[in-house]
Design a binder for this molecule. Sequence first.
Ligand SMILES: *Cc1c(COP(=O)(O)O)cnc(C)c1O
Length: 387
Amino acid sequence: MEHRLAAELALLKKKKLWRSPALIERSSGNLLLIEGRLFCNFSSNDYLGLSGHPALQEAAHAACSSFGYGATASRLICGNTKEHQLLEEELASLKQTEAALLFSSGFAAAMGAISSLMQRGDVIILDKLVHASLIDGARASKALVRVFKHHDLTQLEDHLRWARSTFPSGEILIITESVFSMDGDVAPLQEIVILKEKYGALLFVDEAHAIGIRGPSGNRMGGVIGELGLASRIDIQMGTLSKAVGTSGGYLCASRTIVDYLLHRARSFIYTTAAPPSLIAAARASIGIINSSEGEALAVQLWNNIEQLASSLSQQQPESAILPLILGDEEKALVAARCLREAGYFVPAIRYPTVAKNKARLRITMTATHTSEEISQFTQEVKQLSL
Ligand SMILES: *Cc1c(COP(=O)(O)O)cnc(C)c1O
């Protein structure tokens, strides 16, 4: 075993795929302290800067006093607190679904839901670029899995036609993200909904990078689905509390029947300790801020920052807070990340297998806490990279 692992690790080094996470000694807003030096962070998913908001700390503290720190058992034993229940009710209401279910992470939500809902004789159809948690959930189910090229509606329809004729009585589940995590672009949800209805399929949409940023007026938790008014036509809305919400944990919003079924069957829900009540209380406080005038001001600031960054990097029409600078070669992305690091900016290179081979990139993310000056100085540095 040792020998095999060492050989594989050596190969990773050779292919420039070795990873060693930076050690964060302290963080505040968009500043990171690493090895005694301050860096301006352009890689965080804390898009609204809520992770450090005092209201989250206060809510967590209060819940700690009421419940202790740990949840002490799974939801089905004695870990099901009032905080969990209230957050599920709030999420269902914000997503316009009958019910919601919390998981300890977005990864656990995707894994547990997809693998338990889909059975032998069913077909899962995934966009090629969906997140690993969705792919693993699909693989862990006994359903057949088909993949369509990113946003390719023609190929999606080909798969749907094939699945419907091959498995006339099977369930077909289409899985996509609304905002894609490594590209920042948005799926053509309206067109996908029309196709799924035409073929009697179900639709699962992961809004991990949309909530908090996009939504209908007054409800930025509604995501792209809410913005397009599609809630009633999408079967499962998934998301995470670990990005714009600034905390941790995953959720699923769906019909009462689906949620009841998952509570009985999703192994990543059943066989794990409930999330700490303090964490859930912090998430509730954060969601309260997102949908307040304070949150609206943060989102407006964020979108101003996104537009400033995109226009100075000559990228057009940004659809999210994620702006990838695709460099291709792994080594090239590493060199670019290193140059920016030397200049005081933290933007790690994203490489295979997170993205395809030769699609290595700098995944630049924007937050509401960046100042206009930080953005213009950062883009100066990016432009000086010899790419
Ligand atoms: C981050 C992410 C997840 C996983 O969420 P966690 O709460 O971090 O486990 C799932 N889907 C997408 C698209 C993500 O970006």
